[in-house]
Design a protein around this ligand. Structure first.
Ligand code: FAD
Ligand code: MLT
Ligand code: ZN
Length: 471
C-alpha cells in the first residue's frame, strides 16, 4: 500500500478556535493556504451542481490532501460550529454536493492515491478522490475490472459513488457500489477516524460500517479511502442496438434474454424522442428509427454475437438491429444512450426523477408517468431512459422552471405514480436536497427515525451535509 492511503488514526493538530473564528487562517494552517479557496473564480467549479439547478452560497472550499488533514478540518469545523458539505466530482444529480446554506465545502479531489492491485484477493485500495475511470484503468492494467460504471466515470469519484451507493450500467450483473466496497476509511462527523481496509474475505466482527456509509450522502462523515473488490475481465464484448415497436415488446425481450444468460453486462432503454434529441444536439447518427430502443452489452470469454443473434430472431416486434463490429461503432451506440443526460440539460435544468418500479411493470409505468405529467401541464416534454433490467427509469421533464409551484405539482404527480406502482422515489442517485420531501414515500417513519438516530451517534452536532436526506 502507498503511504497516505488509509494512514488514518493520528490525533489531530491542536487548533485553538477563539470567539473571533478566523476560519481561513485556521484551515490554511491545516491544509496550506493554496488549498483554501475563497475567490469567485476559484470557487466557481465547486459552487454550482452539474445540472445548473443548485447554486451554493458557501464562500470556502477546503482541499485536504490526507486523511489526517480531513480529520483536522472536521474537528475544527465541529469546534467552530461550521457545517460541512463533502464534495467529490460534483456530478451528483440531486443537489447534495453544493453548499446551499453557506457550509464549508470539503473537496476530496486531492485524496487521489491509487494502491497496487492485490492479485490474490483481486482488491485495490484507493483514495476517495480517485475517479471511477482511474480505478477502472488501474484494474484493467492488472487484467481485472471495477464494474461500477456510468457516463460521469471521468469526473465522479470513488468517495462520491460510495456516498450515493451509485448504480449505473452494470448493476444487472454486478450490483450497486455497496457490493464492491470491502473496506472503508472515513472521518465521522464527530471527528473520529474509522479505518478498516484489511480486505479480509470473511470478517464478521460487528456492524458493517462500510455498508452503512454507502448511500449516506455525506451525512455521517467524509469517506477518505476505500478497499474495492474487482472482478475478472472478459475477453469478448458484444454490443447491439435493437429497435422495438413498443416498450412492451422491448421489455418482453429483456425478460426472455435475461432468463437465458447471466452474461449481460448492460440492458439499457431509451425512446425515439430522446434518441432524436441526442442526434440533433450532438450531431450523431441514429442507425435506424424505432419507438423504443434497447442497448444490450454482453461480455464473455467466448464470442456471444451469434448466440445473441439467434435469440433475437425468436423475439417478436423487432424493428431493426445494429451490431457494433468495432470499438468506434460501440462508442457510437453507447453515445446514443449516455448523451441523453447532457442533451436534455441543454434544454435548461430539467425536473429529474430517478425511480425504480418492479421490472414487469415498466411498460405500464412508462405510459402512466407520461400521462401524469400531461394531466398537470401540456407545456412539458417528458424524456424516459434508463437501466431496463433494473426497472430503473430516469424520468426527465423539461420545459418547466424547476423552482415554480407548477414544478412542485408535477413532482408530486410523478412521485404519486411511482408509489402507485410500488416503486422507489430514488433508484440510484440518492435523496439529496431534491428528493427530501419524498423520502417518507419510500421509507417508514420507524426507518427514518433509525437513520436519524445513527446520524446523531456519528455526527453529534449535525454538521455533516445538513441539507440532504432528512427534511
Ligand atoms: P458529488 O456529486 O461530489 O457528491 C454526491 C454526494 O456524495 C453529495 O451528497 C456529497 O456530499 C457526497 N460525497 C461526495 N464525496 C464524498 C465523500 N468522500 N465522503 C462522503 N460524502 C461524499 N449515478 C448513478 O448512480 N448511476 C448512473 O448511471 C449515473 N449516471 C450519471 C451520468 C451523468 C452524465 C452524470 C452527470 C451523473 C450521473 N450519475 C449517475 C450521478 C453521479 O455521477 C453519481 O451520483 C456519483 O456517484 C457522484 O459522484 P461525485 O464524486 O461526483 O459526488
Ligand atoms: C444515467 O443512467 O444516464 C444517469 O443516471 C444520468 C441521469 O439520470 O441523467
Ligand atoms: Zn442511471
Amino acid at each position: 500500500m502507498q503511504s497516505g492511503i488509509g494512514a488514518g488514526d493520528r490525533a489531530g493538530t491542536v487548533l485553538r478556535v477563539n470567539d473571533q473564528v478566523d476560519t481561513f487562517s485556521q484551515l490554511a494552517a491545516i491544509v496550506g493556504e493554496g488549498h483554501v479557496l475563497t475567490s469567485d473564480g476559484d470557487l466557481a467549479p465547486y459552487t454550482v451542481d452539474w445540472t445548473g439547478r443548485y447554486r451554493g452560497t458557501g464562500r470556502i472550499v477546503v482541499r485536504p490532501g490526507s486523511t489526517d488533514e480531513v480529520a483536522d478540518v472536521v474537528r475544527l469545523c465541529r469546534r467552530s460550529g461550521a457545517a460541512i458539505v463533502p464534495q467529490g466530482g460534483n456530478t451528483g444529480l440531486v443537489g447534495g454536493s453544493v453548499a446551499l446554506q453557506g457550509e464549508v465545502v470539503v473537496s476530496t479531489r486531492r485524496l487521489n492515491l491509487i494502491g497496487d492491485v492485490d492479485r490474490s484477493t483481486r482488491q485495490i485500495t484507493v483514495g476517495a478522490g480517485v475517479t471511477l475511470g482511474e480505478v477502472r484503468t488501474a484494474a484493467e492494467r492488472a487484467g481485472l475490472c471495477y464494474p461500477v460504471d456510468f457516463a460521469a466515470r471521468d469526473s465522479a469519484t470513488i468517495g462520491g459513488s460510495i456516498a450515493t451507493n451509485a448504480g449505473g450500467i452494470s448493476v444487472l450483473r454486478y450490483g450497486m457500489t455497496r457490493r464492491h466496497v470491502v473496506g472503508i476509511e472515513a472521518v465521522l462527523g464527530s471527528g473520529d477516524v474509522v479505518s478498516h481496509l484489511g480486505g479480509l474475505i470473511k470478517d464478521n466482527t460487528g456492524f458493517d460500517l462500510a455498508g452503512l456509509l454507502c448511500g449516506s450522502e455525506g451525512t455521517l462523515g467524509i469517506v477518505t479511502a476505500a478497499r474495492l473488490q474487482l472482478v475478472p475481465i472478459h475477453t469478448n464484448r458484444t454490443t447491439v442496438l435493437i429497435g422495438f415497436d413498443s416498450v412492451t415488446a422491448a421489455m418482453f425481450a429483456v425478460d426472455r434474454l435475461c432468463s437465458s444468460s447471466d452474461e449481460f453486462d448492460a440492458v439499457e432503454i431509451f425512446f425515439e424522442s430522446g434518441a432524436r434529441l441526442v442526434n440533433e444536439t450532438f450531431d450523431r447518427s441514429l442507425p435506424f428509427d424505432a419507438p423504443c430502443f434497447l442497448l444490450i452489452e454482453m461480455s464473455s470469454n467466448i464470442d456471444r454475437t451469434e448466440w445473441l443473434a439467434g435469440e433475437l430472431e425468436r423475439v417478436p416486434h423487432v424493428v431493426d438491429v445494429a451490431v457494433a463490429l468495432n470499438d468506434a461503432m460501440r462508442t457510437n451506440i453507447w453515445r446514443l444512450r449516455e448523451e441523453h443526460t447532457p442533451a436534455i440539460n441543454t434544454l435548461g435544468p430539467p425536473l429529474k426523477f430517478d425511480v425504480t418500479v418492479p421490472v414487469g411493470d415498466l411498460p405500464d409505468f412508462s405510459e402512466a408517468v407520461h400521462r401524469s405529467v400531461h394531466e398537470v401541464t401540456s407545456e412539458a416534454s417528458t424524456y424516459l431512459f434508463g437501466h431496463a433490467a433494473d426497472g430503473n427509469l430516469h424520468v426527465n421533464v423539461t420545459g418547466i422552471d424547476p423552482d415554480t409551484q407548477l414544478a412542485r405539482v408535477v413532482e408530486e404527480a410523478v412521485m404519486a405514480t411511482v408509489v402507485a406502482f410500488h416503486g422507489s422515489v430514488s433508484a440510484e442517485h440518492g435523496i439529496g436536497s431534491a428528493k427530501k420531501r419524498f423520502l417518507s414515500m419510500s421509507r417508514s417513519s420507524a426507518e427514518i427515525d433509525a437513520m436519524r438516530a445513527i446520524k446523531r451517534a456519528l455526527d453529534p452536532d449535525g454538521i455533516m451535509n445538513p441539507n440532504v436526506l432528512f427534511d
